[in-house]
Design a protein around this ligand. Structure first.
Ligand SMILES: [Zn+2]
Length: 477
């Protein structure tokens, strides 16, 4: 007598991401019951062991765990493409846009961001943003998995204007209020939607809040058993601030403060030295790597290879549409592999299977969700994607003597090949149609909100200082 399950996916090229590699099963199957995976294995076996309310024929499709976007600022999707290819990105390209993108418009950006990444196979979104009404609700409504990180900083107004000079002025009362908001947000949302929505605390960066406030964030994180998600050692600005204020670099500073441990998920690390990387891995801190964003913003390849070689876990992140400009983990996988090969002048650095592991099983571990997602294993959450291998850029499909699917997913796919998406056992997209949100309305609202941002920027005299204005006048944009 066959066991009854909700969904049986048969005859796919299944990649479980188990066993240290990609866990390929030719003609593989996945049985899903409720929000969990009931079994994974060869189709002939699962077809006899299970009967299902719905059977999906996945012939011609690759079946993979849903991808994890380990770091993103979702409201910024509204200002994609207005600030790249210039030095001093923050001051000379972004400042008037950031000012104009006020909280009333953020939801339109988040909605665009979430749907765009979802359509590219991202099922888990680690979003770092100042909380606002509707933020978590939208993730809940669409049905994706979210690891939401309310931002906390203690910067006085306009503190960043003196970035390379004296230490920023802090406003601790404001910082404490942001921590209160984050605490409240965590009480409401951590573990909500049957565990699909969880929360991390987000002190923005070691230089952006006082030592006292940072200590307090750590206490609250321990008390509520939350991870800390923080930008760390990002750019010479931060290191300059740390040296000027404390006479010590970011990573040893965090270590002395007791923050460098397995509770910390540190993003970027562009300035981390070899010794600092070793120190972080020894302390079981994990790393967020935003290859496209940091490449575009700074022309830097962060030390993720060293981090992994020391034994640390690395997640990939898109960072934001403003800095990237794409919100596709396929883009991150390809660029992570390419940038690190170029940096090392060695083609065997970050092979395709490692990039795919960073976007799935290793990324899940880095952001603290390794027990519930990231691989296709019985008992884990049923977060999976079906990729259409009949797309021209993935053809031909070969299985022996060499299986070419994973290299082509990493080096040739863009995300548009993702056909269907399941999160917690529920299909959110089929045949590229999103079932839980109105894509047309989301795009229209995003356009309207972005038009409003541009009206505000045009009215701001500071827009005349934008570095890209010359390119615009000269016909280069
Ligand atoms: Zn960031």
């Amino acid at each position: 007598m066959a066991d009854r399950v909700d969904t049986l996916i048969l005859h796919g090229d299944v990649f479980t991401m188990t066993g240290g590699g990609v866990g390929a099963i030719d003609d593989g199957a996945v049985a899903v019951d409720g929000d969990r995976i009931a079994a994974v294995g060869p189709s002939d076996r699962l077809a006899t062991e299970f009967s299902a309310a719905e059977t999906v024929d996945a012939s011609g499709f690759a079946v993979l765990p849903g991808l994890v976007d380990g770091h993103v600022h979702s409201p910024e999707a509204l200002i994609r493409g207005v600030a790249q290819d210039v030095p001093d990105y923050m001051e000379r390209a972004m400042a008037p846009f950031s000012r104009a993108l006020t909280a009333d418009l953020w939801l339109a950006g988040t909605r665009l961001n979430v749907l765009e990444s979802l359509k590219a196979g991202t099922t888990t979104h680690v979003d770092f943003t100042t909380p606002y009404d509707g933020w978590a609700e939208f993730y809940d409504e669409v049905g994706v998995r979210a690891r939401l990180t309310p931002k906390i900083n203690g910067l006085a107004p306009d503190a960043m204007a003196q970035a390379h000079g004296a230490p920023y002025r802090f406003d601790d009362a404001k910082g404490r209020r942001m921590l209160d908001v984050a605490d409240d947000f965590a009480r409401t949302w951590h573990g909500a939607a049957a565990g699909r929505i969880t929360v991390m605390l987000g002190p923005q960066a070691p230089d952006m809040l006082s030592k006292e406030l940072l200590r307090r964030v750590k206490e609250h994180a321990e008390c509520a058993d939350l991870m800390i998600h923080m930008h760390v050692a990002q750019g010479d600005r931060e290191i300059h601030q740390m040296l000027t204020r404390y006479g010590i670099r970011s990573i040893p500073f965090l270590d002395e403060l007791g923050i460098l441990d397995s509770r910390l998920y540190a993003v970027h690390l562009t300035e981390a030295t070899d010794d600092e990387v070793r120190r972080m891995v020894r302390c079981e801190t994990s790393m967020g790597l935003c290859s496209a964003s940091i490449g575009l913003l700074d022309g830097i390849v962060p030390p993720a290879v060293r981090f992994r070689n020391e034994g640390g876990a690395v997640a990939l992140g898109t960072d934001s549409a403003t800095s990237n400009n794409a919100l596709s983990l396929f883009n991150e996988m390809r660029l992570t592999a390419l940038f690190n090969k170029v940096k090392a002048r060695a083609p065997d650095v970050v092979p395709a299977w490692e990039a795919l592991r960073m976007a799935t099983v290793e990324g899940a571990r880095a952001v603290g969700l390794g027990d519930s997602i990231g691989s296709l294993v019985a008992g884990k959450q049923a977060d999976l994607i079906l990729i259409d291998l009949a797309q021209l850029n993935l053809a031909p499909v070969l299985r022996a003597p060499i299986r070419n699917i994973v290299p082509n997913l990493v080096y040739a796919a863009t995300g548009h090949e993702v056909d269907s998406i399941m999160v917690a056992g529920r299909f959110l997209m089929r045949g590229r149609r999103i079932l839980t949100a109105d894509e047309t309305a989301v795009r229209r609202d995003a356009q309207e909100a972005a038009d409003e941002v541009m009206r505000r920027v045009l009215a701001d005299p500071d827009h005349r200082k934008l570095a890209l204005l010359d390119a615009m006048r000269d016909g280069r944009l």
